[in-house]
Design a protein around this ligand. Structure first.
Ligand SMILES: [Zn+2]
Length: 82
């Protein structure tokens, strides 16, 4: 994990426990996706993503990542990014 992402996760830890249907949660998911697009290590436009069900073991494109983290939930203590 990059130092920047580590900082981001630490700073935003509170929102991870927010209701998944809240506006705050959606906004933070969008922020996360933006961050991923700028800083994530993509392969063919696909990134690892911290969905609670997929546990950061697969890669998807941004649109599918949005669905996963919105519907399944955000992995609370993920530590890997690339
Ligand atoms: Zn998932």
């Amino acid at each position: 994990m990059s130092e920047n992402l580590s900082l981001l996760v630490t700073m935003n830890r509170s929102w991870i426990n927010a209701s998944q249907i809240s506006d705050v949660y959606e906004k933070c998911v969008e922020d996360f996706l933006e961050y991923a697009k700028r800083n994530g290590a993509a392969i063919n436009g696909r990134y690892y993503y911290p969905c609670v069900n997929c546990v950061n073991e697969k890669r998807l494109d941004i649109e599918l990542i949005r669905e996963h983290v919105l519907c399944d939930g955000f992995l609370k203590n993920y530590t890997t990014w690339t």
